[in-house]
Design a protein around this ligand. Structure first.
Ligand code: ADP
Ligand code: MG
Length: 471
């Protein structure tokens, strides 16, 4: 087939080689493969998502400009991650290959544009709604450690036997800890190995589609889409907070699927009971099945993640440096990845050999953010105190006054005053009370601590736990 793509890409490379240093060119441009040029869209592929995000963030305009000048008309660039070599070889082989054990591989996903055609020819298109699943999220490239092994095991169990193991599965944890990765790995696996109809949506997209369906009078189609899923994955359900009409809709979707024994998996940045303005009946349902938390990885897991990603990037980086990153960037895997990409590209662009000192300078912003985040939040205090007294955070925030709730609430307010620099009105807001209530609570607790050694000990223990980050 005469496709101008080869020539165009050759020209583009010549142009870019001229503009960039050899090292930059070799690391970031030479690794790109041209895929197709159709309808003013140039599709390129790279071997992993690091290249993808780095190119998109740093070189896309330059590539676009070069392509346009070589091709002679404006061209839109789309970069994608291509399937791994082994998978491609297998695909080229016997037509039964896709049924082999390897069918778990991300490369077999029908949504992958590189393999879509051949996949379609060999087997009937699975009834999957996988276009939104990213094939790069697999169980295979998820590093398991003590902070995530339970969540990982739960997702794996559900992926293998949807609607049998745990339903719903509710996964929560702070941002950047792998919720989206795990839930999509589950979806990818189920779509590939059971031909399940998987619908994946961020909750925000669910909201948008709902609003659109409402205004276009297409609610019937909207409902059909969700209610015919075998597996419904909704990412970031904390987004439902305060959206009453949507909660109503979601409640019925949930019931319809659940009653039909379909699998539901939800993620959130906090436990369901702590999502503000979420209807009680939804909180209940979210807690029906298995609730599991993703915690920040420990240092060994962080190092293992870095080593794996460095390997994927084919970057050589010493153990000392990996260890430095793992030690300093503690709370967020996405930030950890960002640090690695930054270090590797800096070394490659400048040709300077990295030392811990240089690395520290390079990562200063990320390290500063980490340190700031180490500051105790009002919500952590509320949660810690609620746990200790065996009540719920929503009790602390409520207007209820029995002593079993009012006293812990006052303790929590006092600790907020002691351990954070928030103002009285800020603290009041966090408790849905006014500043006078906070002031009163602080005075009460101070007095009680003077008179009662056991109260003093309890408050000290709680504050020490919070300061040392233990829960
Ligand atoms: P969340 O949805 O919880 O905010 P993501 O799933 O988007 O987090 O994860 C952020 C990034 O960190 C992603 O690129 C993901 O692949 C990566 N990541 C998180 N946890 C792990 C892990 N245990 N092993 C490998 N990569 C991980
Ligand atoms: Mg996410």
């Amino acid at each position: 087939m005469e496709n101008p793509i080869k020539e165009v890409w050759h020209g583009v490379c010549a142009l870019l080689a001229d503009r960039l240093s050899t090292d930059v060119f070799d690391r970031w441009i030479a690794i790109i493969q041209p895929v197709a040029l159709d309808d003013a869209i140039l599709r390129l592929s790279v071997s992993n998502d690091f290249y993808l995000s780095w190119l998109e963030e740093n070189y896309l305009p330059m590539i676009e400009e070069a392509v346009t000048s070589i091709h002679g008309e404006p061209v839109e660039i789309r970069i994608e991650v291509r399937p791994r070599e082994v998978d491609r070889e297998q695909k080229a082989g016997a037509s039964s290959a896709h049924n082999s054990a390897n069918s778990e591989s991300a490369a077999n996903l029908p949504s992958n544009p590189n393999t879509a055609k051949s996949t379609r020819r060999r087997k009937p298109a699975p009834k999957t709604e996988t276009r939104k699943l990213n094939p790069r999220y697999t169980f295979d490239n998820f590093i398991v450690g003590s902070s995530n092994e339970f969540a990982h095991a739960a997702c794996w169990a559900v992926a293998r036997e949807p609607a049998r193991a745990y339903n719903p599965l509710f996964l929560y944890g702070r941002v950047g800890l792998g919720k989206t990765h795990l839930i999509q790995a589950l979806g990818n696996h189920a779509a590939n190995s059971h031909q399940a109809t998987v619908v994946y949506m961020s909750c925000e997209e669910f909201v948008n589609e709902y609003i659109e369906a409402l205004s276009n009078k297409e609610l019937v189609n909207f409902r059909k889409k969700y209610r015919t899923a075998d597996i419904l994955l909704i990412d970031d359900v904390h987004f439902l907070s305060g959206k009453d009409a949507l909660q109503e809709e979601f409640f019925h979707t949930f019931n319809a699927l659940f009653d039909a024994r379909k699998q539901i998996v939800l993620t959130s940045d906090r436990p369901a009971s702590e999502i503000k303005d979420l209807e009680e009946r939804l909180v209940n349902r979210f807690e029906w099945g298995l609730v599991t938390e993703l915690e920040p990885p420990n240092v060994e897991t962080r190092e293992a993640i870095l080593r794996r990603k460095a390997n994927e990037m084919e970057a050589e980086i010493s153990d000392e440096l990996l260890n430095f990153m793992a030690e300093h960037i503690r709370s967020n895997v996405r930030r950890l990845e960002g640090a690695l990409v930054r270090a590797v590209s800096y070394a490659s662009i400048t040709g300077i050999t990295l030392t811990p000192e240089i690395l520290e300078k390079l990562l200063r912003d990320a390290i500063d953010v980490e340190n700031q985040e180490a500051i105790i939040t009002l919500q952590q205090i509320q949660r810690q105190v609620a746990d200790y007294y065996d009540i719920r955070v929503s009790d602390i925030l409520s207007k209820r006054r029995p002593a079993s709730i009012a006293f812990p609430r006052q303790v929590a307010m006092y600790i907020c005053r002691q351990l954070t620099s928030h103002s009285l009105p800020d603290i009041g807001n966090a408790f849905e009370k006014n500043h006078a209530t906070v002031l009163h609570a602080c005075r009460m607790i101070e007095n009680k601590m003077k008179d009662d050694a056991s109260i003093r000990r309890t408050v000290d223990t709680l504050m020490n736990k919070l300061k040392s980050g233990r829960r």
